[in-house]
Ligand binder design. Sequence first.
Ligand SMILES: Nc1ncnc2c1ncn2[C@@H]1O[C@H](COP(=O)(O)OP(=O)(O)OP(=O)(O)O)[C@@H](O)[C@H]1O
Length: 251
Amino acid sequence: MAIITSKDLDLFYGEKQALNQINIEFYEKEITALIGPSGCGKSTFLRTLNRMNDLIPGVTINGEVQFNGQDIYGSSMDVVMLRKQMGMVFQQPNPFPFSIYDNVTYGLRLQQQTYTKEELDQIVEESLKAAAVWDDVKDKLNKSALSLSGGQQQRVCIARVLAVKPDVILLDEPTSALDPVSSGKIEEMLYDLKEDYTMIMVTHNMPQASRISDRTAFFLNGDLIEYAPTKEIFLNPKKIETENYITGKFG
Ligand SMILES: Nc1ncnc2c1ncn2[C@@H]1O[C@H](COP(=O)(O)OP(=O)(O)OP(=O)(O)O)[C@@H](O)[C@H]1O
């Protein structure tokens, strides 16, 4: 079932058009990879889904993004709630300069609901386990998250997102700043998380996209060129531009 639908979406930075009439549907409990050369609009598009571009001055957006049937740019949309439901993970791990425990509970403490210490302990454990970093950190939850390796920091950031129980996780090149071993661990973890979450991931790593995503969208110069099941995109692309990119002829 489609959980997010973008209809005729245009985005301008001032005069410059960065997205052109994007029509795409994302499906529940799947990983969708967004691929394409640098500057083609992948990150911009990802940010339109949880309205992160609203924070950039001079941005104009036309068209519609529906999330669970609701227009996210409509006047009744609660943007704080939207960002809770669509968690985001960035390229550079960005833990806050406090303990691992406080990083994971950060989003919960921003909510109105209050939790007992036992409830928080349980959410911390569950989230760190789901992010495959519990064994690494269980004995040092009160240590600074900044003392961890880059790969561990990224997994703690993913645990922080999971703790607030989003429906969708937006990932902007989540492994590109990491070594191959850490990157592989995160890839496996994302694959496992698919049981419970819908994920949309920008990646430059073609083998990664082909290993873990169900569908792949190829962007070029602000246009969505081709969108299909990942196998089709990689084995039998319909558009010459997609084929040229996949085979490394440009980008
Ligand atoms: N804040 C901004 N202000 C003005 N222009 C921007 C801004 N952010 C991005 N752009 C421009 O919009 C276009 C799309 O950029 P975007 O970062 O979305 O591409 P991308 O495909 O994610 O690139 P990369 O793979 O290098 O991250 C580029 O031409 C970029 O220069």
